[in-house]
Design a protein around this ligand. Structure first.
Ligand SMILES: [Zn+2]
Length: 110
């Protein structure tokens, strides 16, 4: 195979890949809009605000009784509120939204 043909093939594959990724991106953006529309306004606004200041990792787990975003130790009250899942609980230090799953360790790390 000539070098030119090899390069042309690769360019063709990259163009195809770009097309596929553009399609996938459009689908994901549509999905995000639908999901964001299902969240109530005040919670979504809170999320968008944190997203603007922190970038990724707006919703973080509780890791060893600490915030999964900034790693500050959380009070027992905050962890209790988070486990109750009755309201959106935010880290008092970095304001990220906290979540808790039963398989998460509550043992404080040393
Ligand atoms: Zn935090």
């Amino acid at each position: 195979m000539s070098a030119k043909k090899l390069v042309d093939d690769q360019i063709g594959q990259l163009n195809q890949r770009e097309e596929n990724l553009k399609k996938e991106l459009a689908e994901l953006q549509g999905g995000r809009a639908a999901l964001a529309g299902a969240v109530d306004d005040s919670t979504r606004n809170r999320y968008e605000r944190i997203f603007k200041s922190k970038g990724e990792n707006v919703v973080v787990g509780i890791e060893h009784s600490s915030c999964g975003g900034c790693h500050m130790k959380l009070t027992a009250q905050i962890i209790t509120n988070c486990r109750a899942q009755a309201e959106i609980v935010q880290c008092p230090n970095c304001a990220r939204i906290l979540y808790f799953r039963p398989d998460m360790s509550l043992t404080a790390a040393d």
